[in-house]
Design a protein around this ligand. Structure first.
Ligand code: NAP
Length: 248
C-alpha cells in the first residue's frame, strides 16, 4: 500500500537520514515537503532526485529553533501541498562535550534544535490533524536517548525528552485517530557521525550484534512502516533500528 494522496513533511531533509526518508516517502507516492535550514544545495539535490524518480515534492526553509518559523513552515506546506498527513520530526544537531566543558550555548542549541522544534512543529501540525481526525507523527530520537552517552548529556537529554513527548502526545490525541511514535536509530554514517574517530567507529561496530553501522535507507523503511495505514494500531512506541545495539 502506498502513500498516494498523502502529504508528508520531513524536517531536516536536506541531508542524511531525513533525505532518505523524504525520498522513500516520495517513492511510495506521497507529496513531500523537503525542509532545510542552511543547506539549500542539499535540499535541491533531494528535490532533483525525487523529481527524476517521478515523485512530487516542494522545498521549504526554516530555522526550527524559532517556534514562529516552525508555525510558518506548517502554514506554507499546507498552502502549497495540502494538509499534512505525515509529520516526521527529524531535524537535529550535536554539540558533544563533557558536562564540565559544556557551555550554556551548547546546551541551548541542542535542546532547541532537537526538542523544542519537535514541540513547535508538532503543535502547529496537530491542529489540522485533529480537525481531520487523521495523522501520523514520527519523531526521530536516538539510541543515545535510551542508553545515555558520555560527552553527549545535552543530546541524550534532548532525545530522551522526545521519547517522553512522544508517549504523552500519543495519549493526548489517540482518540482522534492520530498515532505518535518514535524511531531510535543506532549509528548511521551521516555528517552528524562524521566526527567519530576510527577508534570510536570500530568500538561501535564491536558493540553492535549485527556488526555494522546502519544506513539512512533502513531508517526510512521504518518510517514508512509506522506511517503505513496498516500500522494504525501502533502508537506511543519507540522502535529501535540499531542492529541490536541497545536491546532493552
Ligand atoms: N546519524 C546517526 O547516527 C543518528 C543516530 C541517531 C539519531 N540520529 C538523528 O537523526 C536525525 C538526522 O540526523 P542525520 O544524522 O541525518 O544528520 P544531518 O545529515 O546532519 O541532518 C541534520 C538535518 O537537521 C537540519 N537542522 C539542523 N539544525 C536545524 C535547525 N536549527 N532548524 C532546522 N533544521 C535543522 C539540517 O538542516 P541544514 O543542514 O539544511 O541546516 C539537516 O537537514 C537527527 O535528529 C539525529 O539526531 C542520527
Amino acid at each position: 500500500m502506498g502513500f498516494e494522496e498523502q502529504v508528508a513533511l520531513v524536517t531536516g531533509s536536506s541531508s542524511g537520514i531525513g533525505a532518505a526518508i523524504a525520498q522513500e516517502l516520495a517513492a511510495q507516492g506521497a507529496a513531500v515537503a523537503v525542509h532545510y535550514r542552511g543547506n539549500a544545495a542539499g535540499a535541491e539535490a533531494v528535490q532533483a532526485a525525487i523529481t527524476e524518480a517521478g515523485g512530487r515534492c516542494a522545498l521549504f526553509q526554516a530555522d526550527l529553533t524559532n517556534p514562529d518559523e516552525a508555525a510558518n513552515l506548517v502554514k506554507a506546506v499546507t498552502k502549497e501541498l495540502g494538509p499534512i498527513d505525515i509529520l516526521v520530526n527529524n531535524a537535529g544537531t550535536t554539540r558533544d562535550t563533557l558536562l564540565m566543558t559544556m557551555k550554556e550555548d551548547d546546551w541551548d542549541i541542542v535542546l532547541d534544535t532537537n526538542l523544542k522544534s519537535v514541540y513547535a512543529v508538532s503543535r502547529a501540525a496537530v491542529r489540522g490533524m485533529l480537525k481531520r481526525r487523521k495523522g501520523r507523527i514520527i519523531n526521530i530520537t536516538s539510541v543515545v536517548g535510551l542508553t545515555g552517552q558520555a560527552g553527549q548529556s545535552n543530546y541524550a537529554a534532548s532525545k530522551a525528552g522526545i521519547i517522553g513527548f512522544t508517549k504523552s502526545l500519543a495519549k493526548e490525541i489517540g482518540s482522534r485517530n492520530i498515532t505518535v511514535n518514535a524511531i531510535a536509530p543506532g549509528f548511521i554514517p551521516t555528517s552528524l557521525t562524521g566526527v567519530l574517530s576510527d577508534e570510536q567507529h570500530n568500538a561501535i561496530i564491536a558493540q553492535t550484534p549485527l556488526g555494522r553501522m546502519g544506513t539512512p535507507a533502513e531508517i526510512a523503511y521504518a518510517v514508512t512502516f509506522l506511517a503505513d495505514e496498516r500500522a494504525a494500531f501502533i502508537t506511543g512506541q519507540v522502535l529501535s533500528v540499531d542492529g541490536g545495539l541497545a536491546m532493552m
